[in-house]
Design a protein around this ligand. Structure first.
Ligand SMILES: [Zn+2]
Length: 554
């Protein structure tokens, strides 16, 4: 049985060699927060997930799949908290499986959790390969079709747009074409809006993908989407081929994150389809944010950013100059496949994403700081950022530290406190760790010495700093630490390894991230801590002690 046979009058566009703007918009569906976070070593907190969602929304992807609310409390919490977030472009999707065999949809806890997530889109995954129905699900093929049909109809009746992920579709299609198509038909007839052909084991090659997607799309009245894994190193190629064959919805993950060899890298797919196939996928002008988005997501994920990553990596357009230097300078287009600036990248080696003048200005503007009126100030900030980034600072994911740096350079940062010095004692007794910190601060003309205790040196320093400031700045009581990440950076400028600390603080209105870098982990942590507290005081509108004294004297 075929899916909605339309006797030859095909809906999908034939494959075209030339770009055609009139083609229907291809939907970009991000699954970083669900499938991408299956990657070993990628562990996102709820705060991280919210941060990644806002970054991807800023880039302009169409759909953000937030997670699997029925599978773990963290994802359920994400969907609760994301309701407070204002997404500018993206629509949220929640992911889940079709109902269990022999169970009524109304009694299925996983479907109930999906409804409770209250997302406009629900993505349901169902089996499309007979081997999996027989061996993994261990139910009848008819019951599997009923599971798909009932679950899709249930979500559609609840007013959700339903995306149906046909798991193992390509393997299933090659093993039993008729049944794989019956599964799609069951979902489409029940009201699914998009049928996603998934290459769950990731082993399908581009020629098979092109043929199968064209065969399915040509016969389907429902939009066809695709979801590839990279086990044969073809996930991006398969996605591009699938779109040429009539696919109208592409799923992928930031930086190709995902289990085993990863999901299709959404950033490469977007760049290839926009720059080489004439598709408009992101809102106008946002393609230039691709490189900084890729880097920011890597920072939030606390994973090393791959220099060789196509389009967005720092080496993606770096040529070993040597003899060709003058030729490259004369005709840069002869040595790179696209203009690096189209994706927000640069041709040089070791130039950070942010350190470009236009990026710094854009970033400052985003934070509400106008640097354009004073060209010398913009130049000074740029120099500071370059120097800091060379030492290992990363400001893409640490907006708060960047804003403090700009304000300090511009001479508009209040001096709430100054550090005279600190001492930390680390003690281990039996199996218990305990640390004590003594912090000496200058508050205006006063000198304050405060002691803090904690489970580790950073905790103790945080306690001591707060104790020292609490009386003068009561706003600090509403500020707390929510996340602490450490990364060892090596191979930089042939010096010894340095430690970078990223620290996220929060008050009742939101969160902010600060960064510290040093050879020593405690010093790096102190920097990030002090920045975090200062930024919190800035948000709270706390007046520096000296200003208070001055205003009282006047
Ligand atoms: Zn997958």
């Amino acid at each position: 049985m075929a899916v909605h046979v339309t006797d030859g009058s095909v809906k999908a566009q034939p494959v075209k060699a030339q770009p055609d703007r009139a083609e229907p918009k291809v939907e970009i569906y991000d699954t970083t927060l669900r499938d991408g976070s299956q990657q070993v070593g990628l562990d996102l907190t709820v705060a991280d997930k919210l941060h990644v969602a806002s970054v991807l929304d800023g880039l302009g992807v169409d759909v953000i799949e937030g997670g699997w609310p029925g599978s773990n409390p963290k994802d359920a919490e994400f969907f609760e908290r994301v309701k407070q977030m204002e997404l500018r472009h993206a629509t949220l999707a929640a992911f889940g499986a079709t109902r269990l065999p022999g169970r009524r949809v109304e009694d299925d806890a996983s479907l109930a959790a999906l409804l409770a997530a209250e997302t406009p889109i629900v993505t349901l995954v169902g089996k499309a390969w007979t081997l999996h129905v027989d061996e993994a699900l261990r139910t009848t093929r008819a019951e599997n079709l009923a599971m798909v049909s009932d679950s899709v109809a249930y979500m559609a009746a609840a007013g959700r747009r339903v995306v149906f992920d046909a798991e193992h579709f390509f393997d299933g299609y090659q093993a039993d074409r008729g049944y794989a198509l019956e599964v799609l038909a069951a979902a489409a007839d029940a009201g699914a809006d998009t049928l996603v052909l998934c290459d769950t084991n990731g082993g399908t090659l581009p020629d098979d993908v092109g043929r199968i997607v064209a065969e399915v799309a040509d016969r389907s009245r429902t939009a066809i989407g695709v979801h590839f894994h990279n086990d044969a190193s073809c996930a991006v190629a398969n996605s591009v081929v699938a779109v040429a064959a009539g696919g109208l919805h592409v799923q992928g993950a930031a930086n190709g994150y995902g289990e085993r060899c990863g999901n299709a890298d959404l950033f490469s797919i977007i760049a290839s389809l926009e720059l080489k196939r004439g598709h408009s996928l992101l809102p106008s002008g946002r393609l230039a944010a691709l490189a900084s988005t890729a880097r920011t997501v890597a920072e939030v994920a606390n994973l090393p950013f791959e220099a060789r990553q196509p389009y967005v990596g720092s080496s993606a357009f770096a040529t070993k100059a040597g003899l060709h230097a003058s030729a490259i300078a004369r005709r840069p287009d002869a040595y790179s496949h696209v203009d690096p600036s189209t994706v927000g990248n640069q041709a040089q080696v070791l130039v950070s994403e942010l350190a470009g003048r236009s990026n710094v200005l854009a970033k400052a503007e985003e934070l509400g700081l106008d640097l354009t009126s004073d060209p010398s100030l913009a130049g000074q900030v740029l120099e500071q950022v370059k120097t800091a980034e060379h030492r290992g600072y990363a400001f893409e994911a640490a907006d708060a530290s960047f804003e403090l740096l700009v304000r300090k350079t511009a001479g508009v940062l209040p001096s709430w406190f100054e550090l005279e010095g600190y001492r930390v004692v680390i003690e281990r007794a039996g199996t218990t760790d305990r640390s004590e910190a003594i912090v000496r601060l200058l508050l205006g003309t006063d000198r304050v010495v405060a002691v803090g205790e904690g489970v580790g040196p950073v905790h103790a320093l945080d306690q001591a700093l707060r104790r020292g400031l609490a009386e003068v700045y009561p706003a600090l009581a509403g500020i707390h630490l929510v996340d602490y990440k450490v990364r060892i950076l090596d191979g930089r400028a042939a010096t010894s390894a340095v430690t970078r600390v990223m620290l996220t603080s929060a008050d009742a209105d939101g969160e902010w991230t600060t960064v510290g870098v040093s050879d020593d982990i405690v010093t790096a942590s102190w920097e990030a801590l002090a920045d975090g507290v200062m930024y919190g005081l800035l948000r709270a509108g706390a007046q520096a002690l000296t200003e208070v004294e001055i205003s009282e004297a006047v």
